[in-house]
Design a protein around this ligand. Structure first.
Ligand code: CUA
Length: 343
C-alpha cells in the first residue's frame, strides 16, 4: 500500500512537463507549479521542494515502521492470545518524537522567513516597468501609467536576461471584493484587497504565454477570471507598446456601428480612445482585437464568439455584469463590425 502511495505521489509531483509546449490558443492549459520561469516563483518552488522532500522522508519512515510492525507482529497460529507487554513513559521515545518534529518545524520556519524576506525585500532597479492591476468581478484591468496604456486580462511584459534585468513591479488593487493574483510559473499568490495597495513583482527569464487565475473566491464567475501574461523579447515588447499607443482606428465604413455603440449603454461602461465612450466599469476596448480572449479567458476572441458575447453575455458567462442589450440582428452585425476594427 505504501509503495502504491509513493508511486502516486511521484507521478503527481512530476507530471509530463508540458510547461514549455504551452499552446497560447488553448483556453485552459494547466499552469505547472513545478516549472517556475521567473524569480519569485523560483524561490517558492525551491521551498516547496524542501517541504515536499521532508514530508516524503517522514512518510517513508512512518509508513515503513507501520508496515514493518503490521508484518512482524501480525497474529500467528499458536499465539497465546495475551496482550504483549505495554510500554509507558519511555524517556528516549518521548524525547525523540518531541525534539525531532520541533527541529523540523524550526528549520521550515527559518527557511520560509528567509524566502519571504528575499521576495519582499528584493532591491529592484528604479527603471523597472510598473503596472497597476485592478481586480474586478470578474476580469483584470491592467494599466501602464508611465506608458499611457490601459488594457484588460492580458499583462504584457519584457523578458529579463542576465545582461539586463527587466523585472516588472505590480501594484495590485481591487474595485470591489477580494481577489487573488496568481500566475503559478511567475510568482506566488498575492491577495488583491479593496482599499489597500499590495505589491508583487515578476522577473520572467523565458518568453512565452503564462496562464494565471484569480485564486480567491470572488463570486459566481470566480472560475472565469483568467489572466494571461505574455512575456516578450525586448523588441517584441517595444512593438506591442507602440501598437497599444496607436490612435484608435477610425474606419468610416463602420460608422453605423460606432454610432450605435455611442448611443447605447455600452459607452457608460467601456472606454474607446478618441470617442465619447469613456466608461471605466468594464474593460477598455480601444484595442480589443489585439487581445486573445473575451470575458477574461471565457472564450477565444474570434468574430463568432464576439458576436455571441454581445448578443447575450449571460449565456457565455452567467452572472457577469454586462447586460444583454437586446439588439436586433442587424444592429448586432453593425456593432460587431465596428468592434472588429479596434485593432
Ligand atoms: Cu476574482 Cu476570484
Amino acid at each position: 500500500m505504501s509503495v502504491a502511495l509513493v508511486i502516486t505521489f511521484f507521478v503527481l509531483l512530476f507530471p509530463a512537463s508540458a510547461a514549455d509546449s504551452f499552446d497560447p490558443n488553448s483556453l485552459s492549459p494547466i499552469a505547472n507549479i513545478f516549472a517556475p520561469r521567473s524569480a519569485p516563483a523560483q524561490s517558492v518552488f525551491e521551498i516547496s521542494m524542501l517541504v515536499l522532500w521532508i514530508c516524503v522522508g517522514i512518510f517513508v519512515i512512518v509508513g515503513g515502521l507501520l508496515l514493518y510492525t503490521i508484518i512482524r507482529f501480525r497474529r500467528r497460529r499458536g499465539d497465546d492470545g495475551r496482550e504483549p507487554p505495554q510500554v509507558y513513559g519511555s524517556n528516549q521515545i518521548e524525547l525523540a518524537w518531541t525534539v525531532i518534529p520541533l527541529l523540523i518545524v524550526f528549520v521550515l520556519v527559518l527557511v520560509t522567513a528567509r524566502t519571504i524576506g528575499e521576495v519582499q525585500n528584493a532591491v529592484l532597479p528604479s527603471d523597472a516597468l510598473r503596472v497597476t492591476i485592478v481586480g474586478h468581478q470578474w476580469w483584470w484591468e491592467i494599466r501602464y501609467p508611465s506608458l499611457g496604456i490601459v488594457t484588460a486580462n492580458e499583462l504584457h511584459v519584457p523578458v529579463s536576461g542576465p545582461e539586463k534585468h527587466m523585472p516588472t513591479i505590480l501594484k495590485l488593487e481591487s474595485a470591489d471584493v477580494v481577489h487573488s493574483f496568481w500566475v503559478p510559473q511567475l510568482a506566488g499568490k498575492t491577495d488583491v484587497i479593496p482599499n489597500r495597495n499590495n505589491t508583487m513583482w515578476i522577473e520572467p527569464w523565458q518568453s512565452g504565454t503564462y496562464l494565471g487565475q484569480c485564486a480567491e473566491y470572488c463570486g459566481t464567475q470566480h472560475a472565469r477570471m483568467l489572466l494571461r501574461v505574455v512575456v516578450h523579447s525586448q523588441e517584441e515588447f517595444a512593438r506591442w507598446v507602440t501598437g497599444q499607443r496607436q490612435p484608435v482606428v477610425n474606419d468610416p465604413h463602420v460608422h453605423t456601428g460606432r454610432d450605435l455603440f455611442q448611443s447605447t449603454a455600452c459607452m457608460n461602461c467601456h472606454t474607446i480612445g478618441e470617442t465619447v465612450a469613456s466608461g471605466t466599469f468594464g474593460p477598455d476596448l480601444s484595442h480589443l482585437m489585439s487581445r486573445a480572449t473575451l470575458a477574461a479567458g471565457a472564450a477565444a476572441n474570434t468574430p463568432e464568439n464576439l458576436r455571441a458575447w454581445v448578443r447575450n453575455p449571460q449565456q457565455l458567462k452567467p452572472g457577469n455584469l454586462m447586460p444583454d442589450m437586446k439588439l436586433s440582428e442587424e444592429e448586432l452585425d453593425q456593432l460587431v463590425a465596428y468592434l472588429l476594427t479596434l485593432r
